[in-house]
Design a binder for this molecule. Structure first.
Ligand code: ZN
Length: 131
């Protein structure tokens, strides 16, 4: 089963927990065991699995990207002025795979699935594929 989740972001950069929306697709699929793939159909967004209880960690992700990737110094900035967003998306990745057991995502206690918006606000499409 495959379903696309639409997420409307509201800031230029933000980290949004989408675990519940992904879980809803898994539940609707009635799959018991297998894998759930989540995939962001975008070049300036990313998907991560990590700490989802502490909002400070979401800020840390964006701070890390600031430290790693300076803005305005890349070739693509001459064309589109958003190279840092593309590079961050490349580093973090646009997909994640989570195993299923007993119809549930096998996430650890502190793990959640988050969309990282890197050049918003925009409407983002996340493909959730359960098999
Ligand atoms: Zn661009």
């Amino acid at each position: 089963m495959q379903q696309t989740i639409t997420v409307r972001t509201t800031k230029r950069r933000e980290v949004l927990d989408i675990t519940r929306q992904v879980m809803a697709v898994v539940t609707a699929s009635k799959a018991k065991e297998g894998v759930c793939t989540v995939f962001a159909r975008h070049a300036t967004a990313a998907l991560i699995i990590n700490e989802n209880a502490d909002p400070g960690f979401r800020t840390d992700i964006l701070s890390l990207l600031d430290k790693l990737i300076p803005e305005g110094v890349w070739e693509h900035d001459k064309v589109d002025d958003n190279a840092a967003a593309h590079l961050a998306s490349t580093l973090l990745g646009t997909s994640q795979v989570i195993p299923l057991k007993d119809g549930r995502l096998l996430l650890g206690t502190w793990q959640g699935i988050a969309l990282v918006e890197l050049d918003g606000p925009r409407e983002r499409e996340i493909v959730v594929d359960v098999r």
